[in-house]
Design a protein around this ligand. Sequence first.
Ligand SMILES: Nc1ncnc2c1ncn2[C@@H]1O[C@H](COP(=O)(O)OP(=O)(O)OP(=O)(O)O)[C@@H](O)[C@H]1O
Length: 287
Amino acid sequence: MIPTVSASGLRLAHGGVRALDDVSLRLGEGVTGLLGPNGAGKTTLLRVLATALPPDRGALTVLGHDPSGPAGRQEVRRALGYLPQTPGFHPDFTSFAFVDHVAILKEMTDRAARHREVRRVLDAVDLRDVRGTRIRRLSGGMRQRVALAAALVGDPGFLVLDEPTVGLDPEQRMRFRELIATAGEGRTVLLSTHQTEDVAVLCNRVVVMAAGRVRFEGTPAELTARAAGRVWSSAERDPGARACWRTGTGAFRNVGDPPGGAELVEPTLEDGYLLTLDAPAVVETTS
Ligand SMILES: Nc1ncnc2c1ncn2[C@@H]1O[C@H](COP(=O)(O)OP(=O)(O)OP(=O)(O)O)[C@@H](O)[C@H]1O
């Protein structure tokens, strides 16, 4: 992997909480999924990468620029598309006016060219027909697409998406995955999510964080492989399992160290993720 974004030794404390505790990672072209439990530090990391929050310590390079100084920060912001966890829409704006407003903030001064670009990104997320509709009249899924269009305006090389699929129904989620996959062609995309399924079907890389630290960095297949031989099915809850839950069939799915003779089953990325959270902090070193 040729790194386009790299971070080393990032630290950031919110009051007494170490939200980022020596975070180092590298991102390349394509979609990288960022997984982690609530409070792991995902949003904080995304905000640091998006230059919305300066780290207390550590170094960052985004598409060849160092955002620690004003000139480098401006270059990073020009190359960045950011979909925050709670996009700050003004509900009386139309989709067009909101994306146009973001395009103005991205220094697109030529009005005709800017309007062409706003139409292009709204078309790309299938919102052509509601360009003139006020945001407060749109469904949650449509609003998410407006936010994605705003992140895509100006064709940024680095796209940071903070839980963009939250609250979407399965069909919208599928459509959104497709949009993100398309956005990942020739771009670096970092996607924070709680959906291991999103990562399994969409991402070519995955980073797992817990308690402000990187627990895993590698491919989805490598994360899934962590659970090889460590997932089994049983009729009763296995007290020796690290995690165990009843499935729709009534059988229990167990993750951990299986007892002898256990009925092993095919692991999923979610199993690998659960086992990674349980493991001590180790960073994978893959190409
Ligand atoms: N502005 C803040 N002030 C104080 N503490 C904060 C602030 N923002 C985040 N934190 C704390 O920093 C830690 C990391 O928070 P962060 O929002 O980055 O986690 P997250 O992985 O994005 O969580 P979630 O999955 O719930 O969105 C948490 O313990 C959180 O409570």
